[in-house]
Design a protein. Sequence first.
Length: 129
Amino acid sequence: MDQYHFELADEGGCLVAAFTGEISTHFYSVFRDDYNEICRRLSQADGQSLIIDLTETTFFGSLFVGMILKLSVTIGRQNGKFALCGLSEQLSELMKKLMLLEKNSDSAGYLKHFRTRDEAVTALTSEQL
């Protein structure tokens, strides 16, 4: 089991939540606190952009998928922008099977995904999204 770790930072005008390791029920209480911290930070500014960086994530389950969906809805209601970055091929395929992610990140109704954090920051801070 890979150790879970979380970091939250402001980067280029976006709030970036970076997750490392395995996001599973083994780390539920810590994960819940981290989710609450993201929500607290988002509530401080309307129109905040959020990037979930999964570059170093090895696994996530339904708990995390639910959190992603809740955060994307919250961001939308606050006129912000939301994106994922760094999904491994395996986790990308999982999200596609759940019909949450498409190859074309511009598809309406799907979560936006970028290869790197830099690409996500650039896209969310530009007028393109």
